[in-house]
Design a protein around this ligand. Sequence first.
Ligand SMILES: C[S@@+](CC[C@H](N)C(=O)[O-])C[C@H]1O[C@@H](n2cnc3c(N)ncnc32)[C@H](O)[C@@H]1O
Length: 319
Amino acid sequence: MTTALHALMPRIAGRPKAIPGIPHPIPYQGSKRQLAHLIVSYFPERVERLFEPFCGSCAVSLAAAHLRRAQRFVLNDINAPLMTLWRAILDEPDELLAGYRRLWTQQLGDERTFYDRVRARFNRHQHPGDFLYLLARCVKAAIRYNSHGKFNNSPDNRRKGAHPDTMAWHVHRASELLCRRTSLSTRDYRDVLADAGPADVVYLDPPYQGVCRTHNHRYLMGVDFREFVCSLEALDSRSVPFIVSYDGRTGDKVHGRRLPDALKLTHFEVLAGRSTTETLLGRKAHTYESLYLSRSLVERAANRAPRTRERNLFGIELE
Ligand SMILES: C[S@@+](CC[C@H](N)C(=O)[O-])C[C@H]1O[C@@H](n2cnc3c(N)ncnc32)[C@H](O)[C@@H]1O
């Protein structure tokens, strides 16, 4: 690794943490909230549009908007009810919040059956207010579907979901940060990438490969490894800078296939925390997430000198 590339490596000791002040209105398993600040720190100096074709809870876009690291946002996810919820957060936050407060208050004293009723109604009408309530209450904030495509996760009976006042802060702040400069869509990620250019940056966080290979309870659609690699090649050939989060490892066990060397990506691992599965088995192991930086991103960074010792090559303070 060259000295310039060495300066790209994260200088955060230990596990990165979410920085305060960044909203996160949608509880979401697989959210990159903890890593968002680090990921944004690798953006080019000027970013016209941030593309998130697998946006989920939009943790990276919210961090980028808060840190003023992108002008506009292109947010996409194949999960249609999720994108309808984002539409409500951006365009009708007060109406959404009034509905959330109503549900949250009505549940008190009868939380278990109330959750089941809201879930049944959501599976009929897919109303965004119901979805927000279910995500705030369900086990591990995980979107899970049965084989008929119906949301079937159970409630976490230890929690009532975020208090309506807390939710109001997250929703209003997210709306302020993203409204009037964000396009939302529900397409396959490949359709969205075609529009990205060299002045943009693309952050790709596809479902874990383990989830894609098996019957998919967690996401509405998976991602084929070879097609994904082809999409990255196409971005590279158009000099579109991109960052990929892709599986990782727990202890010595590598999850999924690494992205091929032919893509000439810069790969590093970030500590994500202690593995809960290994802890339950009485073993100690840490989980690391893989991050890959595209060639054009690294070349641009390597041409610039770091401004101070505490900042990375993109001029972003890391600590
Ligand atoms: C790991 S999650 C992304 C999490 C996100 N980075 C966050 O911080 O919340 C992967 C997302 O990809 C979406 N997805 C799965 N297959 C897709 C596809 N073919 N095209 C677009 N989105 C897809 C899922 O619905 C899911 O929200």
